[in-house]
Write a protein that binds this ligand. Structure first.
Ligand code: DGL
Length: 218
């Protein structure tokens, strides 16, 4: 029997991180990974422009026989997954900043969300905060350069350390990685935080959701 094809999309290397984790957790599927490195970073771009880039890519997922697509990009999920679902007849699993679990777990009532500018300005992200983090202070440091640094393998640890130290100094005890590129530097961020704040990202819950979606397939 042919393997179920699962599409994974991100602007760049964030998708590869998510794809590796899916392959490890669900070895029975064939991953079709697509990136748009020519137009990265998405996180500083106009929404309509991003939509014009991703439309043909989602059509390719369908043409190539994918049965479900993991939108491994917080920027695309928070701004465009609704439109994509309307336009493309394919199941989608999105990835968005874990505001809800962070707001539930924080003891200091202060959380930090590291994400792209476009994710932080999205209606969906605003809704997540209003719905789940009303009683929590949400700090949103400027991480506008991070995706490009990670993509180009030119990470400046000092820049990241300063951001994380500032969050912790301001009282954050939960740090949300709200961009899949940052999954590659999770270990560095955890090392900097050294137990003073928990660092979370949505890879595991995304895989659990994907497993549920796969069970629904005919
Ligand atoms: N990895 C994408 C995300 O999760 C964004 C990277 C970019 O700015 O292109 O938001």
């Amino acid at each position: 029997m042919p393997k179920i094809k699962v599409g994974v999309f991100d602007s760049g290397v964030g998708g590869a991180h998510v794809a590796h984790s899916i392959e490890k957790a669900i070895p029975g599927v064939k991953i079709v990974l697509k990136e748009d490195k020519a137009h990265l970073p998405y996180g500083n771009r106009d929404i309509e422009e991003i939509y014009s880039f991703i439309k043909p890519i989602f059509q390719e997922f369908i043409d190539e026989g994918c049965q479900v697509v993991v939108v491994a990009c917080n920027t695309v999920t928070t701004n465009l997954i609704g439109r994509l679902r309307q336009e493309f007849p394919i199941l989608m699993v999105g990835m968005e900043p874990m505001v809800k679990p962070a707001a539930k777990k924080t003891r200091s009532k202060i959380i930090g969300v590291c994400a792209t500018p476009r994710t932080l300005s999205s209606e969906r992200y605003k809704w997540l905060k209003e719905t789940y983090a009303q009683k929590v202070k949400v700090l949103e440091p400027d991480c506008g350069d991070w995706a490009l640094m990670i993509e180009g393998n030119t990470l400046d640890r000092e820049i990241v350390a300063k951001t994380i130290e500032n969050l912790i100094a301001a009282g954050a005890d939960e740090i949300v990685l709200g961009c899949t590129h940052y999954h590659w530097i999770e270990a560095i961020i955890k090392d900097i935080a050294s137990g003073r704040a928990e660092v979370i990202h949505p890879e595991k819950p995304t895989i659990e959701q994907l497993k549920k979606v796969l069970l629904q397939l005919p």
